[in-house]
Design a protein around this ligand. Structure first.
Ligand code: 9UX
Length: 69
């Protein structure tokens, strides 16, 4: 397993945190995601043979949030 940290922008309440966490955890290859409202950091544990950081980013964006470059 690999870990990636994404900086999420636009989360303003714990509902957002839950939405981002679910979007990541339903992505193929992701085993877990921990998302912090205060920092915007999403720490994702994933199988690098099944997904990529770019796909993780896309999953967050598809859920309606931005990811910092
Ligand atoms: Mo909270 Mo986030 O009411 O999209 S869920 S602001």
């Amino acid at each position: 397993m690999e870990t990636a940290t994404l900086k999420i922008e636009g989360m303003t309440c714990n509902g957002c945190v839950s939405a981002v966490k679910k979007a990541l955890e339903r992505t193929d290859g992701v085993s877990s995601a921990d998302v912090a409202l205060d920092t915007g950091n999403a720490r994702v544990t994933y199988d690098a043979t099944r997904t990529t950081p770019a796909r993780l980013r896309a999953a967050v964006e598809d859920a309606g949030y931005d990811v910092a470059a």
